[in-house]
Design a protein around this ligand. Structure first.
Ligand SMILES: [Zn+2]
Length: 441
């Protein structure tokens, strides 16, 4: 398995991910997606949107605002309960999470940063809310406080009636969205695994309470298989059901899908049975009726919610880890990203063997623009062919198409496949058909 440092280096070298504001020394645990990372991330989100919304007829896409009425976060429990107990270390002046003190016995533990002794009797833990606060309007006063959402879910819960009244779905049905969320985490790290600004892919699936357990199990299977279908090695993925004492107070059950990163098994997605907690709290907070009427049985009730909630950035990291390979080819090392072809940032690269021969360049550019009508293809003549191949291998480009002197005469090009490095000559006119068939683009 690749170690994290190699993935981070590849991401910088090949334009996937950069430290935010790095010319100013960087902003801790915030990252920017570069040209290749933006494509990879978009392809992952598109695959999720297709399989959960467009391929089904029971889930609607959604796109709620990041800013919401502060009362939402009161009802959801985030204002009072979304907190970590923190302790100040007098020695190194850092603020650390109480549960991360080392060798905690009774009230005495050690600072995880500097190992100094901390006595909780002298420095009692203080509750610290993880929501990022901002102010709406020109006056910075408590009446104008707003939060950057810590999850996308609430935007869908509070719109339950709007979707019900405008789309008229029957249970079970879902609302799904992809969007940014923010948490002022004290402990961040492992590259893009835990960040303060991150992106979620969440589905709120509303069910009849009598069917919740069966549907929950189905979602666990479906979401697990989604990662496998997109190329994650089954041995690196597992399901882990939460223990009773680990469950959030509103959840009846929750299963995480975890990936075996170099830093240990870690959560990519949680699939929770939230029961009617969320709708019930918003009924209480807003005074509005969120109930569903079953016309067949004439029953009126609050639907229960099954929530598959995944992290986009964590998925990006898992797909990168899983695809990263180092090989030896002709006694030279080769790094290749064996990404699923659907996820690969660039589907094909067109490379002229000689960039000082105008006829070759022209033919290569013509092939590029023809292919571009169908999928993302790049033209590259900025290095010798060996270097260009290496660059595309590290990006995970499934196919390279090379135009050479011979091509001018026989109108054929060389297609090289990423994983096998097999090369074959085919007619330039058949390149699109070949890529569509072999690549499935
Ligand atoms: Zn310390």
């Amino acid at each position: 398995m690749a170690d994290l440092a190699k993935i981070v280096a590849l991401c910088k070298r090949r334009g996937f991910i950069f430290q935010s504001s790095d010319v100013y020394g960087g902003l801790s645990s915030v990252f920017d997606y570069g040209p290749m990372g933006a494509e990879l991330k978009r392809n992952i989100k598109n695959a999720w949107w297709k399989s959960n919304i467009h391929d089904r007829s029971d889930i609607y896409g959604f796109d709620s605002a990041i800013l919401m009425h502060p009362a939402v976060w009161k009802s959801s429990g985030h204002v009072d309960g979304f907190t970590d107990p923190l302790v100040d270390c007098k020695a190194c002046k850092r603020r650390v999470r109480q549960d991360q003190l080392k060798n905690l016995k009774g009230s005495i533990g050690e600072c995880p940063e500097c190992n100094a002794k901390i006595d909780l009797k002298d420095t009692p833990p203080r509750m610290f809310n993880l929501m990022l606060k901002t102010f709406l309007g020109p006056v910075e006063e408590s009446a104008s406080v707003c939060y950057l959402r810590p999850e996308t879910a609430q935007g869908m819960f509070v719109n339950f009636s709007n979707v019900l009244d405008s789309m008229h779905p029957k249970l079970p049905f879902g609302i799904a969205q992809i969007g940014k969320s923010f948490r002022n985490e004290v402990t961040v790290g492992n590259f893009i695994f835990r960040m303060r600004e991150f992106e979620q892919m969440e589905i709120e699936y509303f069910v009849d309470p009598k069917e919740d357990e069966k549907i929950h199990q189905k979602w666990i299977e479906d979401r697990f298989n989604w990662y496998i279908e997109l190329g994650i090695n089954k041995d690196n993925l597992r399901k882990r059901a939460h223990e009773k004492d680990e469950l959030a107070h509103y959840a009846k059950a929750c299963t995480d899908i975890e990936y075996n990163f170099s830093f240990g098994w870690s959560e990519l997605e949680g699939i929770a049975n939230r029961q009617d907690f969320d709708l019930k709290e918003h009924v209480k907070g807003s005074g509005k009726d969120f109930s569903y009427f079953n016309e067949k049985t004439k029953e009126k009730f609050l639907p229960h919610i099954i929530e598959p909630s995944g992290g986009v950035d964590r998925s990006v990291l898992a797909f990168l880890f899983d695809a990263y390979k180092e090989e030896e080819v002709n006694l030279k090392p080769r790094v290749v990203l064996g990404l699923n072809k659907r996820l690969a940032p660039v589907k094909a690269a067109v490379l002229p063997l000689l960039k000082n021969r105008p006829e070759i360049v022209e033919m290569a550019k013509r092939i590029t623009s023809d292919l571009k009508k169908h999928f993302y293809v790049v033209y590259d003549d900025t290095a010798a062919i060996g270097k260009l191949y290496r660059r595309q291998d590290e990006i995970g480009t499934p196919y390279c198409i090379t135009v050479d002197v011979q091509s001018l005469e026989d109108k054929q090009v060389t297609i090289r496949e990423r994983d096998t490095m097999k090369q074959q000559r085919i007619s330039a006119d058949n390149v699109l058909e070949y890529l569509t068939k072999e690549g499935g683009f």
